[in-house]
Design a protein around this ligand. Structure first.
Ligand code: ADP
Ligand code: MG
Length: 270
């Protein structure tokens, strides 16, 4: 069953210099519980697409649907994690997580919110840090807190915009494994439908059921790939697998050679 449907989506920005087309005729579906990555070069329209799904950017034509309903604004059935830590600096980590819960679930008491917050902080390895302020945590820990906040809301849909983009390689690999383990859900949270934006091919392959590659601006769908590797996935096992290496090479070849990728931008610029 499709959870998300994007149909003939165009998005444009207007400013004093005129109109700028960011997304052109984008159409795809995401099944319930599926993990889909959107990859493409910087400036190709990935964040714009996520903004449409979040409900903060209005399409210029076409549209996006959740459970068959046209998205017309933000709603609490989806949670968002950005690259730049979106925690409130004046709130402790626990209060930050509890704040997300307050938006999503109005009927909880404060002590219930704090109890749920602590459950999710424990899951992301931040137990013992609940009374710290964001500035007292490393970047990776802040991002764990942002993920805890998004997961605690227990939404059907999780929208992630390069959430590990600013994290060093080793922590990044740990965060990817953590995300997959949490995505599955358990007694405290349901399995999520995830749309994950990245410009990192290896990250997209490791995480996803399916990868949608966008062209350079204006973003159009260039190609789609299914990723069949069995789950659970761990880096140590996957990076040696010949299927993984083949898929990575194939995606990289398309990304570079067809001049739709990040480095291609620089390498082929005339
Ligand atoms: N508010 C805006 N006004 C005008 N142009 C914008 C605005 N936001 C983004 N853009 C332009 O739209 C294109 C797509 O941006 P974005 O979706 O942020 O790309 P990505 O996330 O893939 O890097 C870029 O060329 C960007 O400069
Ligand atoms: Mg972006």
């Amino acid at each position: 069953m499709n959870k998300i449907e994007v149909k003939e989506l165009y998005a444009e920005y207007s400013d004093k210099d005129g109109k700028f087309l960011a997304l052109k005729d984008v159409a795809f579906n995401v099944r319930e519980g599926e993990f889909v990555s959107i990859i493409g070069s910087s400036g190709c329209g990935k964040s714009t697409l996520l903004g449409v799904l979040e409900g903060i950017i209005a399409p210029s034509s076409g549209g996006a649907y959740i459970d068959g309903q046209l998205i017309t604004g933000p709603e609490t059935n989806r949670a968002v994690v950005f690259q730049h830590y979106s925690l409130f600096p004046w709130m402790t980590v626990r209060k930050n997580v509890a704040f997300g819960l307050k938006q999503a679930k109005h009927d909880l008491s404060r002590s219930e919110r704090y109890a749920i917050s602590d459950v999710f902080l424990k899951k992301v390895g931040l137990f013992g840090f609940e009374h710290k302020y964001p500035f007292q945590l490393s970047g990776g820990m802040q991002q764990r807190a942002a993920i805890a906040r998004a997961l605690a809301m227990d939404t059907d849909i999780l929208l992630m915009d390069e959430p590990f983009g600013a994290i060093d390689a080793k922590n990044r690999a740990n965060m990817q494994e953590l995300l997959l383990s949490l995505w599955d859900g358990d007694g405290n949270s349901k399995k999520k439908t995830v749309v994950f934006v990245t410009h990192d091919i290896e990250e997209a392959i490791f995480l996803s059921d399916r990868i949608i590659m966008l062209t350079n601006s204006p973003g159009q769908i260039a190609a789609e790939f299914d990723v069949y590797f069995p789950r659970p996935r761990v880096h140590s096992a996957i990076r040696e697998a010949s299927e993984y290496i083949n898929l990575r090479n194939k995606l990289m070849a398309i990304f570079y050679d067809e001049n739709i990728g990040i480095s291609a931008n620089e390498e082929y610029a005339i």
